[in-house]
Design a protein around this ligand. Sequence first.
Ligand code: ZN
Length: 83
Amino acid sequence: MIDETIGDYGQFSLDDMRITLAPGTPESMAQTLRHEMVHAALAISGIAYIERLPEEAIVRALDSIFWPAYQSLPKRTWPTKNS
Ligand SMILES: [Zn+2]
């Protein structure tokens, strides 16, 4: 859902199982959605509740290191069993 009144780029609510995004450019909203989806995965899995887990640092590390590296991989077709 999109809500221009939230005071952040995005939020994930485990109670509602909902990600809310602030309006923005399509690129920034897509990045925020991916960021909140990682928060959702950590929360739903229970990993986010490990005591003293630096969740925001982990999600931001994915944002700044993992996803850019993943997206820079050359696009290719992986060989199939028969090729
Ligand atoms: Zn975050």
